[in-house]
Write a protein that binds this ligand. Structure first.
Ligand SMILES: Nc1ncnc2c1ncn2[C@@H]1O[C@H](COP(=O)(O)OP(=O)(O)OP(=O)(O)O)[C@@H](O)[C@H]1O
Ligand SMILES: [Mg+2]
Length: 432
């Protein structure tokens, strides 16, 4: 039986580590041999904390570019607050622009640079997981990793820039323009295709952190999955699940995963069901501002999904009644099955796509429905008073009543400066 040779981090990132012994011969690099045959996983690597000043080599066997910290400072105008795009658990994200003057072979394009917050909860491991997965997995519904920087303690990631930012911002930001129904379906299908690519890979991957903030949107609302920091290789051989420490996001994580730590592709499908509910209701998966009963969207809404009459009352009022009734009914049924407490009863993701695909073309959009929402002071929930003015069902008419995605402007997406105490200096960047 062939013995699997352990690959060391140093073999991947010679620029991040001081060689422990004699310099490895790059021609004999295990990574190089393996990369051309099969995807490398994190478990193939053993850890090392030795850092290196040598920043010259690139990740062998992938198209990733290796950037210096100085280069990334230049392209983001020294991580200027005016380039700030947002911030998550990893750290802040800035817009920049690259071209082949910066690095030969680099297409001129805007990029998003994610900077590890050295005082934050994430670190080298999440950074490495992202580089390993996204460096090797390429698909139109996964955000493209262009390169990385690994310099002393600094860890940065450079992605293609997604003009409309995260779905979370588009759906829930206060002054964002409401997403029309067909666009919501397009996003759900795109995100499902991203998941299907992962679940159906030769060496399957479980995404584990599927949620609205990890779905980024292109200028034409193509959805792309981002953030592979928690991704995990799926079970192999006869194994039915992988056991992990429970990680993910409250409100999206599957109940059996929370209880047992058993992770399967069905856990991602549950999270997909939660996302579908968010798209249908415009409510957040977890909303502490609502009454106790309504805080967890999936638990509260699931019993209503089977009854079109009941569910009709919780459809996003911001859709202003402009949606396909049949489409909503089918999507609600699908969400119901994805949210089953028994993982085996959930559809696999390719079945999800089969159900969703036809929904984007349904033309029974309701036109002219007039809905307005009144907010109460006691809780943030909206009491929808739907005044149906001239409710028509134009079954064979194109969706002219719906807002065209093209009518959205870039300005609809505003950068979140709400975490106002931001200062680049907070991130202990070494300034040269
Ligand atoms: N490639 C990108 N293009 C454009 N904007 C981006 C890109 N990546 C991230 N952003 C912006 O930066 C914000 C923060 O992203 P990030 O993935 O770090 O955190 P998050 O998803 O909000 O939270 P979490 O840490 O829980 O995943 C996003 O909400 C988005 O607005
Ligand atoms: Mg994210």
């Amino acid at each position: 039986m062939a013995v699997k040779k352990k690959v060391r981090w140093q073999d991947y990132f010679p620029n991040c580590f001081k060689p422990e012994g004699p310099k490895p011969d790059p021609k004999k690099s295990v990574l190089k041999q393996q990369a051309s045959f099969q995807r490398i996983s994190l478990s193939d690597l053993s850890s090392s904390t030795v850092l290196s000043e040598d920043l010259s080599a690139s990740l062998v066997g992938s198209n990733l570019h290796v950037f210096t910290l100085q280069e990334l400072k230049v392209i983001t105008q020294n991580f200027s607050p005016s380039n700030f795009l947002g911030e998550g658990g990893f750290g802040p994200v800035y817009k920049g622009f690259v071209d082949d003057k910066l690095k030969a072979g680099l297409k001129a394009q805007p990029v998003a640079v994610k900077l590890l917050d050295l005082d934050g909860s994430q670190g080298h491991r999440e950074w490495l997981t992202e580089v390993i997965y996204l460096g090797q997995l390429r698909h139109p519904n996964l955000v493209k990793l262009i390169g990385y920087c690994c310099e002393e303690e600094h860890r940065l990631l450079v992605y293609e820039y997604m003009a409309r930012g995260s779905l979370e911002n588009q759906l829930f930001r206060r002054f964002s323009v409401s997403l029309p129904w067909p666009t919501r379906m397009k996003i759900a299908i795109g995100a499902a295709k991203g998941l299907a690519f992962l679940h159906e890979a030769e060496k399957p991957v479980i995404f584990r952190d599927f949620k609205a903030s990890n779905i980024l949107l292109d200028s034409d609302f193509t959805a792309k999955l981002s953030d592979f920091g928690l991704a995990k290789d799926g079970p192999e051989g006869d194994d039915t699940h992988v056991s992990t420490r429970v990680m993910g996001t409250q409100g999206y994580a599957a109940p059996e995963y929370i209880l047992t730590g058993h992770l399967t592709a069905a856990s991602d499908v549950y999270s997909f069901g939660v996302l579908l509910l968010e798209l249908l209701t415009g409510r957040k998966s977890l909303d502490k501002t609502r009454s106790q009963r309504e805080q967890n969207l999936a638990e509260w809404a699931r019993p209503m999904l089977k009854s079109p009459r009941k569910f009709g009352r919780i459809i996003d009022p911001r859709l202003e009644g402009q949606y396909s009734e049949l489409g909503v009914q089918k999507a609600a049924e699908l969400a119901y099955h994805c949210l089953s407490h028994r993982p085996k009863l959930r559809p696999i993701i390719s079945e999800v796509i089969k159900v969703l695909e036809p929904l984007k073309d349904l033309e029974d959009l309701q036109i002219g429905t007039f809905v307005f929402a009144v907010s109460t002071d006691s809780d943030n929930s909206s009491k929808e008073i739907a005044k149906k003015k001239e409710l028509h069902h134009h079954r064979n008419r194109p969706s002219e009543g719906a807002k065209s995605p093209l009518s959205f402007t870039e300005n609809a997406r505003q950068h979140d400066h709400s975490k106002g105490s931001y200062s680049p200096a907070n991130y202990r960047l070494k300034r040269s």
